[in-house]
Design a binder for this molecule. Structure first.
Ligand code: 13P
Ligand code: SF4
Length: 310
């Protein structure tokens, strides 16, 4: 077993003492996913946090995931095993970019914010999206002009899928996905000619052009599970392999990654030791460090996401 039975038992006890539930993103270490009560993509984790009875939510993921859970559930305690695990993309938009677009397009502009963003950036926005609902939400918004922040790659992908909208892009990017090159994908497809290419929309346009399927981490896993194909080139952070193998156990399905396996150093900061420490001490509580007014506005963008995506 990935995690010794005594440790699983100890975690179980700590959880009930604290009335806590453990949520984990598909990118975190296998042994952390193994002890979580729920594992999912960022949309699932945000949505799920609202319906849990426990008083404490331990979120094994990066900071914006903990902040989203807290904004959506202000009366709960949200703990991050590693509060220093940040997502670099979450900061990659300037206030001026938002102000300039609002000045130019007025009421016919919606500022659409990828959930991978700080609370402050959310507070400048109208609605949040994740990669599993961005196309649906943008297509349903009443405004004609869309400023998509911070991710240029997801923004471009959405613009292509929703050509009836005018989508303005910002220059943010995920450092882990943006460095994946089309040459790496071509090399992988030459080595595995029968494999389907499943990619995350945070990849660059030329990489996405090689993909047979484009979707969130949960989308990629579901696609591979349901597909009749037996080999897949997975173009996202390698953490998804644990769930891919778990779901496809016994099918003989094979998963390959680009030669330079994408890793997220931020997600890798969340270890089993830190999770146990957090359950023992209650340290790592998420604080929303903005004014009440900004926090309310940021919460509204997440509530709207849940409404639109329903
Ligand atoms: P998902 O919403 O697809 O899980 O993506 C989260 C993320 O951080 C991708 O890099
Ligand atoms: Fe952020 Fe990229 Fe890591 Fe996702 S993979 S958490 S977008 S740095």
């Amino acid at each position: 077993a990935l995690v010794p039975a005594e440790l699983v038992e100890a975690i179980q006890q700590l959880k009930s003492q604290r009335d806590a539930v453990i949520l984990a993103h598909y990118y975190v270490a296998p042994e952390v996913q193994a002890v979580a009560d729920y594992v999912g993509d960022s949309f699932y984790l945000a949505k799920l946090a609202k319906s849990l009875p426990q008083q404490t939510i331990v979120l094994c993921g990066v900071e914006f995931m903990g902040e989203s859970a807290k904004l959506l559930n202000p009366t709960k305690t949200v703990l991050l095993p590693e509060p220093g695990a940040d997502c670099p993309m979450a900061h990659m938009v300037k206030r001026e970019t938002v102000d300039a677009a609002r000045a130019e397009y007025g009421d016919d502009l919606a500022v659409v914010c990828y959930v991978n963003s700080t609370v402050e950036i959310k507070s400048w926005s109208d609605v949040c999206v994740t990669s599993s609902n961005a196309v649906k939400i943008v297509s349903e918004l009443p405004q004609q002009h869309i400023l998509f922040i911070p991710d240029q790659n997801l923004g471009r992908f959405v613009a292509e899928q929703v050509p009836q909208k005018h989508v303005i892009l910002n220059n943010g990017y995920c450092p882990r996905h943006h460095i994946i090159t089309v040459e790496q994908i071509v090399d992988a497809t030459e080595a595995h000619p029968d494999a389907l290419v499943l990619a995350h929309p945070e990849c660059k346009a030329d990489v996405l052009a090689e993909a047979d399927y484009i979707g969130s981490t949960a989308g990629i896993i579901k696609y591979a599970e349901e597909s009749d194909a037996s080999e897949f080139i997975i173009v996202t952070v390698r953490g998804v392999l644990y769930e891919l193998e778990r779901r496809c156990q016994g099918t003989g399905k094979k998963f390959y990654f680009p030669a330079v396996q994408p890793a997220c150093v931020n997600m890798d900061l969340i270890t089993l030791e830190k999770l146990v420490h957090c359950l023992e001490t209650g340290e790592g509580e998420v604080q929303i460090g903005v004014s009440d007014e900004a926090a309310d506005q940021a919460k509204l963008t997440l509530d709207r996401m849940l409404e639109y995506a329903a």
